[in-house]
Design a protein around this ligand. Structure first.
Ligand code: AP5
Ligand code: MG
Length: 216
């Protein structure tokens, strides 16, 4: 089984949803730069305040900020048996910084979803205010309406950058700065495309099949 993984794909493709499931299944940590930056914002740190300015516009946070956070996180002991990078690297500069830090990847999972569906997915997203479990109002609601399946909490949050206007800007950032990573990792023989359309469990089965076969 391949375990040093990266989830690539546009906003709303299901990177976080799939990474969370894989993390539980394989017992390796999900390392989401978006989640880490939102946690820094919630904690009111200087870094969090600075990052929030970029995030609220749908722009990428500067490379040096994100690279520093990820390097520190990868130095922790729980990454020894593998990890799932979710939303990093997102620029060629970040990808090269990862390679320079001698972090090698086994596979880059590119979750492919058409643009109309991305917007529907993002504008219906909500997450548990306590444990952060991600749901979708229509496509992936909690089993009991208004109650988190995982922890039983009854309050949910909507991300500040999940408005239609900011989503368009996030998609623009993705196309201009992140999409070139597909070629970058394909050239290294690491890119594995996964059809991200279908039920969450179906997509997960496709991801697991690719990882156990170890083929592209
Ligand atoms: P980040 O938090 O990474 O957001 P993103 O890339 O825009 O991606 P999303 O989290 O919106 O989508 P996802 O693919 O994880 O989808 P999800 O699983 O939630 O980044 C946010 C911001 O932080 C960036 O804009 C940037 O400013 C900054 N940032 C972060 N990393 C950075 C970096 N490396 N460099 C610079 N800046 C950085 O699913 C979406 C919805 O669809 C959910 O409601 C879910 O329930 C639903 N869903 C999922 N799968 C399915 C399915 N199969 N069927 C139906 N519904 C589904
Ligand atoms: Mg995400």
């Amino acid at each position: 089984m391949l375990t040093r993984l990266m989830m690539l794909g546009p906003p709303g493709a299901g990177k976080g949803t799939q990474a969370q499931l894989l993390s539980n299944k394989l017992g390796i940590p999900q390392i989401s730069t978006g989640d880490m930056l939102r946690a820094a914002k919630a904690a009111g740190t200087e870094l969090g305040k600075k990052a929030a300015e970029y995030m609220s516009r749908g722009d990428l946070v500067p490379d040096e900020v994100v690279v520093g956070i990820v390097k520190d996180r990868l130095a922790e002991d729980d990454t020894a048996d593998g990890f799932i990078l979710d939303g990093f690297p997102r620029t060629l500069v970040q990808a090269e910084a990862l390679a320079d830090a001698q972090v090698s990847l086994d596979a880059v999972i590119d979750v492919v979803v058409p643009e109309e569906l991305l917007i529907e997915r993002i504008t219906g997203r909500m997450s548990c205010a306590s444990c952060k479990q991600v749901y979708h109002k229509t496509f992936n609601p909690p089993e009991t309406e208004g109650v988190c399946d995982k922890c039983g909490h009854t309050e949910f949050n909507v991300r500040a950058d999940d408005t239609r206007e900011v989503v368009v800007s996030r998609l623009g950032s993705y196309r201009a700065k992140t999409e070139p990573l597909r070629t970058y990792y394909a050239d290294q023989g690491l890119l594995k495309e996964v059809d991200g359309v279908g039920e969450v469990d179906e997509v997960q089965a496709r991801v697991l099949a690719l990882l156990s076969e170890g083929k592209g």
